[in-house]
Design a protein around this ligand. Structure first.
Ligand code: GDP
Ligand code: MG
Length: 614
């Protein structure tokens, strides 16, 4: 706005923080010039910057601190021994259990680089990626020490480790990304936290195998998942390969290509479409120098962001802990790679064992808690069952339109988003059909291709509503090119849950988007199928008719004759919600009821009319 501010001598406008009294303008200029530098992602500092810092430190005989973000940009420079910096606003909950993504590298105007207790406490307070000190003598860096957060103490504080002194060269060659990724992973296991920051820029990597889904389709879905998680997809690459490489999953040539892409595009995340072994993940992170995750981790991240019930959150935490457990422990590796002779008081095997033990005990706590919740819910469900309101579960591939359909059916205002996994926790709504028949309809998490087996197991409880329902509505996005494969994927999950034999209505949704009448015709020739538009609310009545018929098939209509002295029975039938009409006659009470098959025997002796099953 105002370009020509008056600058008075000694009242200089500068981007340098701290006590600047007595510092000459040309030195301030050199320091401001440091803002122009960028350190390659994953590297701590460049030798050039370190040398400039050493020279200024020597001249001023004061400490200078430079703060970098993970993109290697300088975000703040300060003179003196204050170790605080204004951190960029982060979105609260998610960030509480991760590093700040900012590192502090400062000079000591003595040849001793040992970190002061203030250095270490600001490391904890600010959750710096690392806090490093360069010992300066004669205008040169003579040694470097650094500290980092190595884990959590039993009282949920941060545990700090220090390394050094080491040479500037060793420090410059430290694989910072690898270190911080490992630390974030450890913190995550405690923080019900997530891995993805909003600003992450990602490359996707896929492998084309024979007889598999088209790799580009699979990557398109992965891209949608990545965007749902909040990352920005910069590029997708893939290669033909029938067997994964043991060390890198993909071939060396492809790894190199990704390294080059990383430099050109400045990405800071690589997402693999298939599950990586812990070793492959570590190897890739080390070579590429940015965080590497796989589809499973990405899906877990989305689940973690979206779970809203207590149980949902516990389930996600459990799955994350189980996923992370074998992936812990890389940071010792980074430090051991610094070479011998360095006084690294780094985390040894003991530290790792403590972390693992802590995770295992958390896993068993969660399992107990989930067991409790399950029992509680079973009770609820039993009561509901007794009330005999038939339950219908919406299943289907993610984004098929399940939530939209539930909305349309109930005007319940359930969240419908064009994102994968908008629904995580089952939402149940009561819907009354035209004839007065009541239904409970439950929306569920979308199923998806390559949903890892252990994840299905982990979410079994969440899917229990599906397991227990009387009827399934399989919603299919009929306008999707690959709806057949998606439908198959859903069936394989249903099989895994052991419920593929349940009564099922196939709902071909989004017919408003199809302009091929033959396709619709062909689809609808199958039994128990209907074509609708949940969004445009067309053919909803046909759907309701089919539901009504299916539900009626599952209850048995009976005419009962109950003597007046057994009117307690009438009360019980009323409670179960199955009474259709009551007629007080001379010979007794005539009751028309519709009962589930399993109750026929109980009331058989009161049968007055025919048992009908229409
Ligand atoms: P869910 O993941 O299965 O619950 O899917 P949603 O109900 O969240 O819907 C996913 C996207 O598909 C949303 O953008 C909806 O607006 C859209 N959608 C749902 N039903 C229809 C439909 O009948 N026609 C069209 N054109 N879009 C639909
Ligand atoms: Mg949904």
């Amino acid at each position: 706005m105002v370009q020509n501010i008056l600058i008075k001598e000694g009242d200089c406008v500068t981007k340098i923080e701290g006590n600047l009294s007595g510092i000459r303008k040309n030195i301030l200029d050199i320091m401001e010039g440091l803002y122009q530098f960028t350190v390659p992602a994953g590297q701590t500092i460049t030798p050039e910057m370190a040398n400039i810092l050493a020279q200024i430190t020597d001249q001023l005989n004061r400490e200078i601190a430079v703060y970098f973000n993970r993109r290697g940009q300088v975000i703040s420079i300060a003179v003196g021994d204050t170790r605080t910096v204004k951190l960029p606003e982060t979105s609260s909950r998610r960030s509480a259990w991760r590093l700040s993504g900012i590192r502090c590298i400062h000079t000591h105007p003595t040849d001793n680089s040992a970190l002061s207790s203030m250095d270490l406490s600001s490391l904890k307070d600010m959750r710096f990626d690392i806090m490093a000190a360069l010992g300066v003598s004669g205008g040169e860096v003579v040694e470097v020490s650094f500290g980092y957060i190595a884990g959590l103490t039993d009282d949920e504080g941060f545990e700090v480790q220090t390394a050094g002194p080491l040479t500037l060269e060793d420090f410059v060659n430290l694989n910072l990304t690898f270190l911080t990724t490992q630390i974030d992973r450890i913190l995550e296991t405690r923080g019900r936290g997530t891995k993805l920051a909003e600003s992450e820029r990602a490359i996707l990597v896929g492998v084309e195998r024979q007889g598999n889904w088209d790799v580009t389709d699979s990557l398109a879905e992965l891209a949608q998942l990545a965007e749902t998680a909040g990352a920005e997809v910069v590029k997708a690459v893939w290669q033909k390969r029938d067997r994964p490489d043991a060390s890198y999953f993909i071939g060396r040539g492809k790894v190199e290509e990704i390294c080059e892409l990383r430099q050109i595009t400045g990405i800071n995340l690589v997402i693999f479409d298939d599950e990586l072994s812990p070793a492959q993940q570590r190897n890739l992170e080390q070579v590429i120098g940015v965080k590497v995750i796989d589809r499973t981790a990405l899906i877990l991240d989305i689940f973690a962001q979206r779970a809203s019930t207590h149980e949902g959150k516990l389930q996600v935490e459990l799955a994350q802990l189980q996923y992370n457990l074998p992936r812990l422990g890389g940071q010792g590796l980074v430090l051991s790679r610094l070479g011998g002779g360095i006084g690294t008081r780094g985390p040894g095997e003991t530290k790792l064992e403590v972390d693992r033990r802590r995770i295992r005990s958390r896993i068993s706590d969660i399992n107990k808690e989930i067991e409790q919740i399950k029992k509680h819910r079973e009770l609820h469900r039993k009561r509901r069952k007794e009330a005999r309101i038939p339950s219908v579960a919406l299943v289907g591939y993610t984004n098929a339109g399940k939530s939209t359909l539930l909305n349309t059916l109930s005007n319940a205002g359930v969240l419908a988003e064009d994102k994968l996994f908008a629904t995580l926790d089952p939402t149940t709504r009561k819907v009354t059909l035209a004839g007065g028949q009541e239904l409970l309809i439950t929306d569920t998490v979308g199923f998806i291709q390559k949903l890892p087996h252990q994840l299905v197991a982990a979410f079994r409880a969440t899917l229990e509503e599906v397991v227990q329902s009387d009827l399934l509505l399989h919603v299919i996005d009929a306008s999707h090119q690959r709806f057949q494969e998606q439908s198959d994927a859903v069936f394989s999950v249903l099989r895994e849950l052991g419920i593929s034999e349940k009564p099922i209505i196939t709902v071909y949704n989004k017919i408003d988007k199809i302009d091929n009448p033959y396709l619709v015709d062909r689809l609808l020739r199958q039994p128990d199928s209907v074509g609708i538009s949940a969004l445009k609310e067309s053919q909803i009545d046909s759907l309701l008719d089919i539901i009504h018929n299916k539900v009626r098939q599952q209850v048995i209509d009976m005419d009962l004759l109950v003597p007046y002295n057994d009117s307690g029975l009438l009360a019980r039938l009323y409670d179960s919600g199955s009474v259709k009409s009551v007629d007080y006659a001379a010979e007794g009470i005539h009751i028309k009821v519709s009962l589930p098959p399993e109750l026929i025997n109980t009331y058989q002796k009161y049968t007055a009319g025919e048992i009908t099953n229409d």
